[in-house]
Design a protein around this ligand. Structure first.
Ligand code: ZN
Length: 405
């Protein structure tokens, strides 16, 4: 099968005007100028015309469970109030609501060109009730033990056996200790150990809010008070940043995708670089909460791999990675090309899929998207700009070489 488009962005190599991509089964066989990739006898050709064809976008941080929470929560009373409110909202939804929310979330992702999602699953007991996911998905089982001790062994074994029995689910699974204020060091250690023993990924939220920063760095503030009131032993607070608290215990490794990292002490930059962890910035969620500027430039100067994610619709208005790219380009010294890299190459690297996902090259997986040239700037000279500023639905979406069912 040969896909031809006016512009092909392989990401790992320079743009190819009038390009073509040959796909066989689930993989890419070749990419190059259409003039050189001539059709083989009987080969089917898909002409995409005035479109940009690139690797499917990767959303490195999402909570599909909360797809129906759009517009339900306010941010103006601060992060701690938001946490309290989302906990209340979570209890008012049924399992069926969540199952439908996950399906709607997948649909929104696909409509906006995402083929892979790192999804945090708060209700792993729903997994056996879900249909085969249409997109490549890493399911990160959320671990929280601030209220009650979790039988993490049982959760883990249940998930392991579930995924073993479902090889048709593309992607993988990992663990997600929620955040240092809701998950103990023991849960983080479990996630780190599973990374070392089984190559499992992990993800977590760290240094998201000023309240979390106050809690760990200064043992004060509304989050500190709220969690202390719930019975959390806050003796780990007041000794350093939220990140340093975890790094000092040796529980953050290169298998980890750290969401947010908005509030850092000077010493944190070297720490995060030393762990080898990737950082997921969620630009629109960042704006929603009105956080202090994300230290993107300093993290990059320290060699940290930075990806983009949407977070959930409880703190965002869409699950569109192009909107995240526009936001990051607007607020940071990031080029259109770098924004697309953060949504393809960098996220693939974070997921341990470098060379397979996030790029179009011989042997890479055929997860592809094409966006029609609908950008306001007529045929922008910069092809990455056309992707970032496109608004329409893709005219091609392939996951593992096939249109998602
Ligand atoms: Zn999140």
């Amino acid at each position: 099968m040969l896909y031809r488009a006016d512009m092909v962005l392989p990401m790992s190599t320079p743009p190819v005007p009038c390009g073509a991509v040959r796909v066989e089964g689930s993989h890419v066989l070749a990419v190059g100028p259409a003039a050189e990739l001539t059709p083989q006898p009987g080969e089917e050709i898909v002409e995409l015309g005035a479109s940009t064809l690139l690797p499917g976008l990767i959303n490195a941080h999402c909570h599909l469970d909360y797809t129906r929470f759009r517009g339900a929560l306010e941010s103006r009373h601060g992060f701690t109030e938001w946490i309290k409110n989302i906990n209340g909202l979570r209890r008012s939804f049924t399992s069926q609501d969540y199952i439908e929310a996950i399906a709607e979330g997948f649909e929104m992702l696909a409509e906006n060109g995402t083929t892979t999602v790192a999804n945090i699953e708060s209700f792993p007991e729903l997994l056996p009730q879900l249909p085969v996911p249409p997109l490549r998905t890493w399911w990160f089982l959320e671990l929280i033990d601030v209220r009650a001790r979790l039988d993490e062994g049982e959760t883990l074994m249940g998930a392991l056996s579930f995924f073993e029995k479902h090889p048709e689910w593309l992607g993988g699974f990992g663990l997600s200790p929620h955040a240092p204020y809701t998950a103990s060091v023991d849960l983080y250690r479990l996630a780190r150990t599973c990374g070392e023993k089984y190559g499992m990924l992990s993800t977590t939220h760290i240094a998201e809010s000023v309240e979390e920063h106050e809690m760990f760095s200064h043992a004060r503030g509304p989050l500190f008070e709220f969690l202390g009131g719930m019975g959390r032993d806050n003796s780990d607070c007041g000794h350093g940043s939220a990140l340093s608290h975890l790094v000092e215990h040796g529980v953050i490794g290169g298998n980890c995708l750290i969401a947010h990292l908005n509030y850092l002490q000077d010493y944190d930059y070297d720490l995060v670089a030393q762990t080898g962890a990737s950082v997921v910035h969620c630009p629109k969620c960042h704006t929603y909460f009105g956080h202090a500027p994300f230290p993107l430039k300093t993290l990059r100067e320290h060699g940290v791999n930075i990806c983009l994610g949407t977070d959930s619709l409880a703190s965002n208005t869409s699950l569109d990675m192009r909107a995240e790219m526009r936001e990051v380009v607007q607020f940071h010294p990031v080029t259109d090309r770098e924004a697309v890299e953060m949504s393809t190459l960098n996220s693939a690297r974070a997921l341990g899929q470098a060379g397979k996902l996030g790029q179009i090259s011989p042997g890479s997986v055929a997860d592809l998207v094409a966006f029609p040239d609908d950008v306001e700037v007529p045929v922008a000279p910069n092809p990455y700009h056309r992707v970032v500023y496109s608004y329409g639905k893709p005219n091609l979406l392939l996951v593992n070489g096939q249109a998602p069912g």
